[in-house]
Design a protein around this ligand. Structure first.
Ligand SMILES: NC(=O)C1=CN([C@@H]2O[C@H](COP(=O)(O)OP(=O)(O)OC[C@H]3O[C@@H](n4cnc5c(N)ncnc54)[C@H](O)[C@@H]3O)[C@@H](O)[C@H]2O)C=CC1
Ligand SMILES: O=C([O-])C1=[NH+]CCC1
Length: 342
């Protein structure tokens, strides 16, 4: 079989926030293969060994391989355009590079470039190679959306309708997808944007203004990260900064939730130690956390998937962090959803 190549234009046409959020929630929710209960073979499960990270000459050039299988999960059928679910399984491997000088090229290239290989789960044949840069941007934001839903929104009687003040720290690829995904999914009343080079935050503000013209959402571009997070209940941070951009004194008191997705090789550099000291921390994958977060001094409670499965509620007046590393199962369920929709 000659595998199909699915390019970024085709991928982009399929991606919607409901589709990606649902696929990512299934990936997060699936239990680890090693904990699978033989008596309950219906439950969804995943296997995603620790990803490999190869340095391409120096630490600014990384190649990651991310294999993953998700079995017996509920997949949305994008073709029927309704909420019809069907049981699905998927086997994939994302191959992704992080070359941090790409943004300085003329013309610039994204720093993160990815392809997803999707396999036939019956024969092991390679079904397709799918451009995965968009998938990476969307699925990472979707994981933060799911984490915000379970760790923050569930604290309030209005749940997902609760109006939120949102801060975006870093308006690159991740900052943009987080802003767009959060605004498409939640009732965002105010959004505060900060970027090291202000023009990127201005561009994102314009994009949001056009999309939410009819909406009462207020959009602010701030001069400092401190101004951006001062009133924010939900903070999304995705940069390459090895030094903390926000600290505990900058945050409002009471209920605050932070999604931290970035910092490149230093996975947890962008948030200060005093925030971790005061926070309850959840991760996407404990397997990856054991290696990639081994130097993080934080109270890691567990995986977000456990919170979803057990419908656990986070305490009120509490500071939570979703520490995202990115995991193969998310890429697999999103790529499978795209493939099924074509
Ligand atoms: N957790 C996950 O699943 C994923 C994490 N990432 C990580 O997210 C981060 C952002 O990635 P992209 O948005 O694709 O990159 P990008 O290059 O598009 O955006 C990065 C932003 O960070 C800002 N920045 C860079 N260095 C900074 C510094 N020292 N101080 C302040 N701001 C700084 C830049 O101004 C830029 O706007 C990276 O650390 C990347 O490794 C990326 C993909 C998936
Ligand atoms: O999960 C992912 O795809 C990545 N995490 C960091 C760089 C790319």
């Amino acid at each position: 079989m000659i595998p199909k190549y699915i390019d970024s234009v085709q991928v982009k046409e399929i991606l919607t926030w409901p589709l990606v959020n649902a696929a990512v929630e299934e990936a997060l929710k699936a239990i680890d293969y090693s904990e699978r209960d033989a008596a309950n073979s219906e439950q969804s499960y995943k296997q995603q060994p620790s990803r490999t990270i190869t340095t391409g000459g120096n630490a600014s050039k990384l190649l990651l391989t991310m294999p993953g299988y998700v079995g017996n999960y509920n997949a949305l059928n994008a073709k029927t355009n309704n909420d019809q679910l069907h049981c699905s399984s998927t086997l994939a491997c994302k191959v992704v590079t992080s070359f941090t000088n790409n943004q300085n090229l003329q013309p610039p290239l994204p720093n993160i470039l990815a392809n997803v290989l999707l396999f036939d789960i019956n024969t092991g044949e390679l079904q397709c190679i799918m451009e995965g840069t968009q998938i990476t941007a969307w699925r990472t934001a979707a994981a933060s959306i799911v984490a915000t839903k379970y760790l923050y929104m569930k604290r309030f009687p209005q749940q997902f309708q609760t109006p939120i003040k949102l801060a975006i720290i870093g308006c690159g690829v991740q900052g943009q997808s987080h802003a767009l995904g959060m605004c498409a999914t939640f009732n965002v009343s105010e959004i505060y944007l900060w970027n090291r080079t202000q023009s990127k935050a201005d561009d994102l503000a314009l994009k949001l203004q056009k999309l939410y013209l009819q909406n009462s959402m207020k959009i602010f571009v701030t001069k400092t990260p401190a101004e951006a997070v001062r009133e924010a209940a939900v903070i999304c941070i995705g940069t390459y900064s090895p030094n903390a951009l926000i600290n505990y004194d900058m945050l409002k008191s009471g209920d605050v939730h932070i999604n931290t997705v970035g910092a490149g090789a230093v996975h947890f550099g962008e948030v200060s130690q005093d925030i971790y000291d005061n926070a309850v921390v959840y991760v996407d994958s404990l397997i990856n956390a054991r290696t990639e977060l081994k130097d993080l001094k934080a109270n890691i409670i567990g995986e977000i998937g456990q919170v979803i499965r057990e419908d656990r509620r986070t305490e009120n007046k509490c500071l939570t962090i979703y520490q995202s590393l990115g995991m193969a199962a998310e890429d697999a369920t999103v790529a499978q959803a795209v493939y099924n929709a074509l």
